[in-house]
Write a protein that binds this ligand. Structure first.
Ligand code: 5RP
Ligand code: CO
Length: 226
């Protein structure tokens, strides 16, 4: 289950693409591979699409956590389902029929997730929170790796946890952007349990140690929450 422990999701956006296979092997102790799709329209940057995702899938045993930062996600969701995504996040700000899109993702056997930009309040999830397996809270404005964590995200995750309690649901809560050992404990204590980490995993020489450090801090946060 996605919501039972602290899960670490290295973002391959920060990997060295000239040796992607070795990079994926170096993060094999993680729980998910986070795959950022940027369309140059919803966010001011371009990344990669389904062709690379298929190569990533062939090179790792970890589940693929696809983060769609695209306008009109209704068009692209079927492409990424077909390419083998295990979790698909689309942005609430970009979706016209969020509940329908969640149902479509689940019917295909994947887990459905909604992502929120930093300026989007959690109350907008009220009508969709019972239809998702995971909520992705952006803790930077999306579009680039290596940005600084926005501190009020901790309070936002707390509010989201309250909203989930009110609805009697417990989707996984994923945080994405500027996550490292300095903030992992606090954000998990607030209610997050999936930690996306690009720079903080792929910048250090020892990726396994970086993952273990994040996991240890996250578990301290989980203990403090209980
Ligand atoms: O969605 C994203 C950017 O839009 C990335 O997942 C995120 O930025 C991860 O990189 P870092 O940990 O370096 O911030
Ligand atoms: Co992401």
């Amino acid at each position: 289950m996605l919501n039972e422990d602290v899960l670490i999701a290295p973002s391959v956006l920060s990997a060295d693409f000239t040796k992607l296979g070795a990079e994926l092997d170096a993060v094999r102790d993680a729980d998910l591979v986070h795959y950022d799709v940027m369309d140059g329209h919803f966010v001011p940057n371009l990344s990669y699409g389904t062709a690379i995702l298929k190569q990533v899938k062939a090179a790792t045993k970890l589940p693929l956590d696809v983060h769609l930062m695209v306008s009109n996600p209704e068009v692209q969701v079927p492409w990424f389902l077909e390419a083998g995504a295990d979790i698909i996040s689309f942005h609430l700000e970009a979706a016209t029929h969020a509940n329908r899109l969640c149902a479509q993702i689940r019917e295909a056997g994947a887990q459905a997730a909604v992502a929120l930009n930093p300026a989007t309040p959690v109350c907008l999830l009220d009508s969709v929170i019972e239809d998702v397996d995971l909520v992705l809270v952006m803790t930077v404005n999306p579009g680039f790796g290596g940005q600084s964590f926005i501190p009020n995200s901790v309070q936002k995750v707390r509010k989201l946890s309250e909203l989930c309690r009110e609805h009697g649901v417990s989707p996984a809560i994923e945080v994405d952007g500027g996550i490292g050992v300095g903030n992992a404990r606090d954000i998990v204590e607030a209610g997050a349990n999936v930690l996306v980490a690009g720079s903080s995993v792929f910048k250090p020489q020892d990726r396994a140690q970086a993952i273990a450090g994040l996991r240890a801090q996250g578990r301290l946060g989980l203990e403090a929450r209980r």
